[in-house]
Design a protein around this ligand. Structure first.
Ligand SMILES: NC(=O)c1ccc[n+]([C@@H]2O[C@H](COP(=O)([O-])OP(=O)(O)OC[C@H]3O[C@@H](n4cnc5c(N)ncnc54)[C@H](O)[C@@H]3O)[C@@H](O)[C@H]2O)c1
Length: 243
């Protein structure tokens, strides 16, 4: 028996990286997995691998959110888990942050999560089974990280929205939590950490960098019944380096 048997999970940014690892693990635990992303070829391939369904879905697009969530309800009659995972990272110190970068970061990392929580929670209430919303923030959403003004702003926003939404949605049986990854080896950071991997791993209390599967295990815990009394919380998965 799988931990997510009979559950329907929607994961944004699931074509690759952490989202794809979550899709794999959730499907292996019995969930029907709906994957969204803007990287269509990779998204289709990941969905085929896990036996899920892929939809082109830009988290900035409110109408696309409505279409994806309404379609999911029409096809599967329920939405139990929403993972707001899609995100972008581009480092820039405050004095060198162009407004265009600020706006793009807010649109994807922050407004995308807002659209997702609002439409996802509506669908969970309509289906009547409660649910779990998992927002992917960052350690940059818990402390200041040098060179990440815009990114940090969006990730702190996710931390805050999570806590507020948890207070409002608990009465509907919906839990809302955030995950705060440290450095996880995915395409997002390959360039930024190139050549420094060994040094960075040696500084970690747990002496390695994170893998997408480390985050997927936390997402599985938050998606299923083992975390049924956890809501509004920030779960850090970083090898012990922060805090
Ligand atoms: N990798 C890390 O070290 C790290 C650390 C902390 C937090 N995070 C967060 O983890 C999440 C997943 O990142 P990852 O490490 O798997 O990186 P990744 O770049 O491999 O995956 C991000 C996914 O989001 C998708 N995406 C980007 N813009 C989108 C949009 N507008 N609409 C829909 N999808 C979009 C990308 O196409 C990609 O598939 C992100 O929210 C990221 O900010 C990552």
């Amino acid at each position: 028996m799988g931990e997510l048997d009979g559950r329907v999970a929607l994961i944004t940014g699931a074509a690759r990286g952490q989202g794809a690892a979550e899709a794999r693990l959730f499907a292996a635990e019995g969930a029907t997995v709906v994957l969204g992303d803007v990287l269509d070829a990779e998204g289709e391939a990941t969905a085929a691998e896990v036996g899920g369904e892929y939809h082109h879905h830009d988290v900035r697009d409110e109408a696309a959110w409505d279409a994806l969530v309404s379609g999911t309800l029409a096809r599967h009659r329920r939405l139990d888990v929403l993972v707001n995972n899609a995100g972008i990272f581009q480092g820039a110190q405050l004095l060198k942050t162009p407004t265009e970068l600020w706006d793009r970061m807010i649109a994807i990392n922050q407004t995308g999560v807002f659209f997702g929580m609002r439409r996802g929670a509506e669908a969970m209430i309509e289906a009547g089974h409660g649910g779990s919303i998992i927002n992917v923030s960052s350690v940059a959403g818990l402390e200041g990280i040098f060179g990440a003004t815009a990114y940090g702003a969006t990730k702190w926003a996710v931390t805050g929205m999570t806590k507020t939404a948890a207070k409002e949605l608990g009465r509907h049986g919906i839990r809302v939590n955030s995950i705060h990854p440290g450095v996880i080896v995915t395409d997002m950071v390959t360039e930024a950490i190139a050549g420094a991997e060994e040094k960075m791993a040696a500084r970690q209390p747990i002496r390695r960098l994170g893998e997408p599967e480390d985050i997927a295990q936390m997402a599985l815990f938050l998606a299923g019944d083992r975390s049924s009394y956890c809501s509004g919380q920030a779960f850090t998965v970083d090898g012990g380096i922060h805090g």
